[in-house]
Design a protein. Structure first.
Length: 94
C-alpha cells in the first residue's frame, strides 16, 4: 500500500493526497483509513472512507478559516483491514 504525496501543503486552507491500496500475498477485504497528529487548526477526512481489496481514497486536509498560524506537523495515516494495519507519515505545511 502506498500514499502519495508524502508531503501536503495547504494552499488557501486546503490540500491533501491520495492513498492507494495494492493487495499483496492474497490480501482481501475492506480497508478503512484514519489520520492522527494534525494540529488543532487542521482537520482531515477520507473519501471514500474505505475501499475493498484494492482502490484509492482521497485524503482532504482543511485549515480553519480563523487560523492565522503557520507551521509544520507530521500526521500519521493508518490503513487497517483484515487484522492488518499500515501507517504512513505525511508532513503537513500549514
Amino acid at each position: 500500500m502506498e500514499i502519495v504525496p508524502a508531503h501536503a501543503k495547504l494552499n488557501d486552507g486546503a490540500g491533501g493526497g491520495t492513498c492507494t491500496v495494492t493487495p499483496a500475498n492474497g490480501f482481501s477485504g475492506a480497508v478503512s483509513f484514519s489520520v492522527a497528529g494534525l494540529p488543532g487548526v487542521v482537520t482531515g477526512s477520507f473519501n471514500p472512507t474505505s475501499v475493498t481489496t484494492s482502490g484509492s481514497t482521497t485524503l482532504t486536509l482543511r485549515e480553519s478559516l480563523l487560523s492565522f498560524q503557520n507551521g509544520q506537523a507530521t500526521a500519521v495515516v493508518t490503513a487497517s483491514g483484515a487484522g492488518i494495519s499500515r501507517t504512513f507519515n505525511v508532513v503537513v505545511n500549514f
